[in-house]
Design a protein around this ligand. Structure first.
Ligand SMILES: [Zn+2]
Length: 251
């Protein structure tokens, strides 16, 4: 009888041990809350404390939302935020760039020169900028250690994916990313460009013929066309290589 009780007790203890180990194991897999590290660069212009709190909140919240949509988004993304007096009216008062994949580094510039000042920039542009740049990080599209070979077609597709993703999930639409009526011929023009075509002219700057943001606008068009023709959504397309997306769009 006593032996039975001892056996039962021993089984009970081992069950508890197993449950404890399982719970420890699953605890270790629970994602940490802070997946993003925000630094304020204030060499010339300073933020107020409340601005910093608000900026941090918008970035963290956006990061959580993007991570749910793009679960392969890398951990520990560094975001350096800087205040500038540039004219960023066409992009909602905020701009950014994905500098490196390793370490994951995104630079964000917030204009104090937008409509009523910095608060307006924060509301309009910060969330959209984080969605755009974090989409780049999830694909490895970075300035210094880019995972894609150079060439305007790759830029067109990667920028188009980030633009469409941001427009679809934030509802923020900037006129500079709108595609023109003859976007179809712009796509063909880009696909025929030499590998060393001028990046500034063809992707985000102004072309000598007067067109601007050609890569962004054409990319947005191309990605929407690929969505319509293939029935795949923007998240499914975001897992594909540029050549596959170009093909799905019918080129
Ligand atoms: Zn971009």
């Amino acid at each position: 009888m006593l032996k039975n009780k001892m056996n039962m007790l021993r089984s009970f203890i081992s069950i508890i041990t197993v449950l404890f180990l399982i719970s420890c194991n699953s605890n270790s897999k629970i994602p940490q809350v802070a997946k993003v590290d925000i630094v304020f660069q204030e060499d010339s212009l300073e933020f107020t404390d409340s601005q910093k709190v608000f900026i941090s909140m918008v970035i963290s919240k956006s990061e959580e939302e993007v991570r749910k949509l793009l679960p392969n988004l890398t951990d520990s993304i560094n975001v350096i935020v800087e205040q500038v007096d540039w004219d960023l009216d066409s992009v909602g008062g905020v701009t950014g760039r994905t500098e490196t994949n390793h370490p994951p580094l995104v630079l964000v510039q917030i204009s104090n020169n937008y409509r009523e000042g910095i608060a307006d920039s924060l509301y309009s542009g910060l969330k959209a900028t984080i969605y755009h740049e974090f989409h780049h990080i999830s694909r490895g599209w970075a300035i210094q250690d880019n995972k894609f070979i150079s060439g305007i077609p790759n830029a067109m597709v990667n920028e188009g994916l980030a633009v469409a993703f941001t427009e679809i999930y934030t509802g923020t639409i900037n006129e500079v990313n709108s595609y023109p009526m003859d976007a179809d011929s712009w796509v063909k023009e880009i696909l025929a460009l030499p590998l060393d075509a001028n990046y500034a002219q063809w992707v985000m700057g102004e072309h000598p013929d007067g067109r601007n943001y050609i890569g962004y606008r054409t990319g947005n068009f191309l990605v929407r066309k690929a969505i319509n023709k293939s029935g795949k959504n923007i998240l499914e397309l975001s897992e594909l290589m540029p050549e596959e997306i170009i093909k799905l769009a019918g080129y």
